[in-house]
Design a protein around this ligand. Structure first.
Ligand code: 13P
Length: 251
């Protein structure tokens, strides 16, 4: 079964030469580094880095590095026009990106409603681009036992018409950037809520976990039944750590 490791570089500055060097150092020393058909590596980056990094990928002689797939971190819900600062799915497609994250909690916090997230998914689909659809509850929702209805509401709002998650990332907000990864019981119960919904809707997609994933906890997280990959923020900013996580993800 294919596993997925997705880096979300967010708005951090990454030294691209150093990232590549550190990534390749691990690949060179790991004889059993998973092959590209075993783990798909995706990096979600800003469009300036994209221009530079895609050139590195194209000119690389390393097969694993060459196979890294590049996604945007956001897309406009509009087709085109007077929307200052936004980037259309059409533009993402034209410059060669393969997809984008939608519904990340940091964008939901910034005003992306369920409907806006759906519209963004629709725009990607219209261009034949893939989405990584993020959902996840905050601490108040978790502690007031409202996780299930909260997650179902996010899922229902997105899975309409022809839109569906191409990859679905479960990222509890309280675990993002905090160093506190969700405990496996919580992840398991969320996976079962999500899977019941997907089965009902006959949607086939892989579920990823995100939130403080690191070299230290990757083995524990990837061992949870139903988790087929991870979405990694902080630990993806260093090519070495990202590669070590990748090397452990096939279990
Ligand atoms: P951290 O791995 O830094 O917690 O970020 C998770 C995340 O939000 C990935 O999209």
């Amino acid at each position: 079964l294919m596993k997925y490791l997705v880096a979300n570089w967010k708005m951090n500055s990454v030294d691209l030469d150093l990232w590549e060097k550190n990534f390749l150092k691990v690949i060179g020393s790991e004889k059993d580094f998973p092959k590209s058909h075993e783990v798909k590596l995706i990096i979600c980056l800003n469009l300036y880095d994209y221009q530079l990094f895609s050139k590195k990928i194209q000119s690389s002689k390393n097969q694993i590095f060459q196979n890294i797939i590049l996604y945007a971190q956001d897309v406009s819900r509009y087709k085109e026009g007077a929307h200052t600062g936004q980037i259309s799915s059409h533009y993402l497609k034209n410059i060669g990106l393969e997809g984008s994250i939608v519904g990340h909690s940091e964008l939901r916090e910034n005003g992306d409603t369920e409907n806006i997230v759906f519209q963004k998914g629709l725009k990607l689909k219209e261009q034949g681009l893939s989405n990584i659809f993020c959902i996840g509850e905050d601490l108040v929702t978790l502690e007031s036992n409202e996780k299930k209805s909260f997650l179902l509401n996010q899922l229902k709002a997105f899975c309409k018409k022809d839109v569906k998650p191409d990859l679905l990332a479960y990222e509890p907000i309280w675990a993002i950037g905090t160093g506190i990864e969700a405990d496996s019981e919580n992840i398991k119960s969320s996976v079962s809520i999500i899977n019941d919904f997907l089965e009902q809707k006959k949607i086939n997609t892989s579920i990823l976990y995100g939130g403080s994933v690191s070299v230290e906890n990757i083995l524990e997280i990837i061992a949870i039944p139903g988790i087929e990959g991870c979405l990694v923020g902080n630990s993806s900013l260093d090519g070495e750590q990202f590669a070590i996580i990748a090397s452990k993800i096939t279990g």
